[in-house]
Design a protein around this ligand. Structure first.
Ligand SMILES: Cc1cc2nc3c(=O)[nH]c(=O)nc-3n(C[C@H](O)[C@H](O)[C@H](O)COP(=O)(O)O)c2cc1C
Length: 158
């Protein structure tokens, strides 16, 4: 699949970092969804951050361009690909999960309220994954790593 641009949306910067790394490694031009006026026929790789299981910006991007592949960026160690694809109506498109990070100081408004609820839920749980997520939500975390991009680059270059 020939992709001619990378389009992304990012709330706190982690998805932007991955999109920038991909653009540097491939030479593909990079656009923020909110500022992008590419023609509707453009084949794009879309990157969006995960909010309550939903890939932000994906629906809009699909309506505006030819989305050929998708990266979802979240804080979970991994995501169930079938669930992610189903919940986001990815329609069989290549879908990659990238672990981003969490920057509590950059979360505002309704997202802050949603995460306060998530914090309260996680505080009551004792399993290791919940405890790790809670630690990241309280103290922040950054898992951005170029190594995670290997499958995306393979697909882009394949
Ligand atoms: C309100 C809210 C909901 C979130 N929901 C999820 C989620 O369902 N799954 C997940 O893995 N990460 C979730 N996250 C974490 C973000 O996806 C993660 O911090 C991501 O790296 C943010 O990317 P960005 O810096 O490009 O905005 C959520 C974060 C916020 C603020």
């Amino acid at each position: 699949m020939k992709v001619s641009a990378i389009v992304y949306t990012s709330n706190t910067g982690f998805t932007a970092q991955y999109a920038t790394l991909l653009s540097h490694q491939t030479g593909l031009p990079l656009y923020r969804l909110e500022e992008c006026d590419l023609p509707g026929s453009t084949q794009v790789l879309f990157l969006g951050w995960l909010c309550a299981g939903k890939i932000q910006g994906l629906k809009g991007a699909m309506g505006r361009f030819q989305v050929a592949g998708i990266c979802a960026v979240g804080l979970a160690p991994q995501a169930d690909p079938a669930k992610l694809a189903g919940d986001n109506r990815c329609g069989g498109l290549p879908l990659f999960y990238l672990r981003g990070g969490y920057a509590p100081a950059r979360i505002r408004g309704r997202y802050k309220m949603m995460m306060a609820m998530m914090k309260a839920i996680l505080s009551k749980k004792t399993d290791r994954e919940s405890q790790e997520a809670l630690k990241a939500i309280v103290g922040g975390a950054d898992w951005v790593d170029t190594a995670q991009l290997a499958p995306v680059l393979d697909w882009l270059e394949g």
